[in-house]
Design a binder for this molecule. Structure first.
Ligand code: HEM
Length: 454
């Protein structure tokens, strides 16, 4: 029988709100350290739970996932960008779209993306040459954002975003900053009021929508199917040709737009954030960096890495796994209980809000000895088997598990290998690196680094 921890009831007071909003991660960590793995906050608006225990997390995300929806401030504000896309929708619409999109993430298809990933990264490194020669610092965070956006556009939608990538990256960042602001200020003026902030958001959204609708219109006009009627193999083509099994109806342009924007956002900012923190950690741990360089050199012997090489780059992969532990891009996962639910001895009332933080659980000393130590060895096979599955949730779990987990686990180590082969990145002395728990976990002031050829 599963052992669940007891619930600790903790009162929160209004004067704590500014501190919580200023540094939610410190608050969540400190509460978990003080009150344990299963905390209840009886607030006026709703009963709120903070859960850090793997067994309770598993119950919510997997065992009884049907009882927990995404009707929370976190997802409702994000839905202002992603509409009814996979990340923020629930119920039948989520289920039909997930079933429709799943084949595009099949292993064989994901593995075929390797070449695109490697060539986009190699092209980025050519652009770094000027920085390597002059010693001028490079914002590695911005670079990771651009290359991952370009990759997701090309691999999933077969659209070339090279020309649009810098503006799109800006637009996405403006939009996500707005989402964070709205989540923290629920009483802010509605979007219909033309405040400078609202106008900036609308302009960014219009820019992104324009690029997306342009691709949908182009592909619809082209017919977008093979002679035998089959789709062309990329996500956009699948979405355009998809028909509901029961009604025979296709997706509207608005539905396709929501899914495209969801994948563009969920599929690049997360990977970029993890890569950025990866370079930060490697710069702080030169011995691990040297081992990774040696691994890549030994396997690739000067030629560019390929998908097939990943099986022979276990340390590179473990460094990425450990980065996702210490700096999980999705640092917050929230749910709302649809009906009463019993977990162990405790009844969760309907409409309660549940807060899960991969960041807190990944630093739980019961599952991660000496949790702040960077140690890729934690991801050796035997060590992984000894831990509960839900002690490590960078991609969530259960039916709402990240659809792009395999994609990310192919893409990020490949990008790391291509970069490590050619350049060594070091931190710029004096540049402040401060964690910003925004929609994803990002360095608030970017990550300025210098680039040295190897
Ligand atoms: C390191 C990279 C990534 C991380 C850390 C990450 C994390 C997550 C997490 C934690 C969830 C579950 C959220 C929840 O349960 O509330 C999720 C869902 C999702 N992710 Fe990712 N993700 C990553 C990469 C990607 C990529 C590459 C794509 C697409 C190309 C993607 C698309 C999605 C979508 C569409 C969902 C919603 C799935 C559903 O509910 O059916 N993600 N991701």
């Amino acid at each position: 029988m599963t052992q669940f921890p007891d619930v600790k009831i903790v009162q929160l007071f209004p004067w704590q709100a500014p501190g919580i909003l200023r540094d939610p991660l410190a608050f969540l960590q400190q509460q978990a350290a003080q009150h344990g793995d299963f905390i209840q906050y009886p607030l006026n608006v709703a009963t709120v739970y903070h859960i850090s225990h793997p067994a309770v997390i598993q119950h919510v995300l997997q065992t009884n996932s049907k009882n927990y929806s995404k009707d929370t401030i976190q997802y409702n504000t994000l839905a202002q960008i992603t509409g009814n896309g996979l990340l923020t929708s629930d119920g039948r619409s989520w289920f039909t779209h997930r079933r429709l999109m799943q084949p595009a993430f099949h292993r064989s298809r994901i593995e075929s993306f390797g070449e695109t990933i490697v060539s986009a990264t190699a092209a980025m490194l050519d652009r770094w040459q000027a920085h390597a020669s002059s010693g001028a610092p490079l914002d590695v965070d911005a670079e990771m954002m651009q290359v991952t956006l370009e990759i997701v556009g090309k691999t999933l939608f077969n659209i070339d975003l090279r020309a649009d990538a810098p503006q799109m990256t800006h637009a996405v960042l403006d939009m996500l900053a707005y989402v964070v602001y709205r989540a923290q200020n629920p009483l802010a003026l509605p979007l219909s009021v033309p405040t400078p902030r609202n106008r900036r958001f609308q302009a960014a959204m219009a820019q992104l929508d324009h690029i997306i609708h342009r691709s949908i219109a182009f592909r619809r006009a082209r017919g977008d199917r093979r002679a035998d009627g089959a789709d062309l193999g990329d996500m956009l083509s699948m979405l355009l040709l998809a028909r509901d099994e029961e009604t025979g109806q296709g997706l509207t342009d608005a539905e396709i737009r929501d899914e495209m924007i969801t994948l563009l956002i969920a599929g690049h900012e997360t990977v970029a954030s993890a890569l950025t923190w990866g370079w930060y950690l490697l710069a702080l741990h030169p011995a691990a960096r040297a081992q990774m360089e040696a691994e890549v050199d030994g396997v690739c012997n000067g030629r560019l890495p390929t998908t097939a090489d990943l099986d022979h780059l276990p340390l590179t992969r473990r460094i990425f796994d450990e980065t996702l532990r210490l700096y999980p891009p999705a640092w917050l996962i929230t749910r709302r209980a649809l009906a009463d639910d019993v977990i162990g001895e405790h009844t969760i009332p309907a409409r309660s809000i549940l807060i899960l933080s991969p960041y807190v659980t990944h630093r739980h000393p019961a599952y991660w000895p000496d949790p702040l130590r960077f140690d890729p060895g934690r991801f050796e096979e035997t060590a992984v088997k000894e831990r509960p599955r839900y002690a490590y949730i960078p991609f969530g779990g259960g039916p709402r598990l990240c659809i792009g987990d395999r994609f990310a686990l192919l893409e990020a180590p490949l990008i790391m290998a291509v970069i490590a082969q050619r350049y060594r990145l070091t931190l710029l002395p004096g540049h402040p690196v401060i964690m910003g728990p925004l929609v994803t976990l990002r360095p608030r002031h970017g990550l300025l680094m210098t680039v040295q050829p190897r």
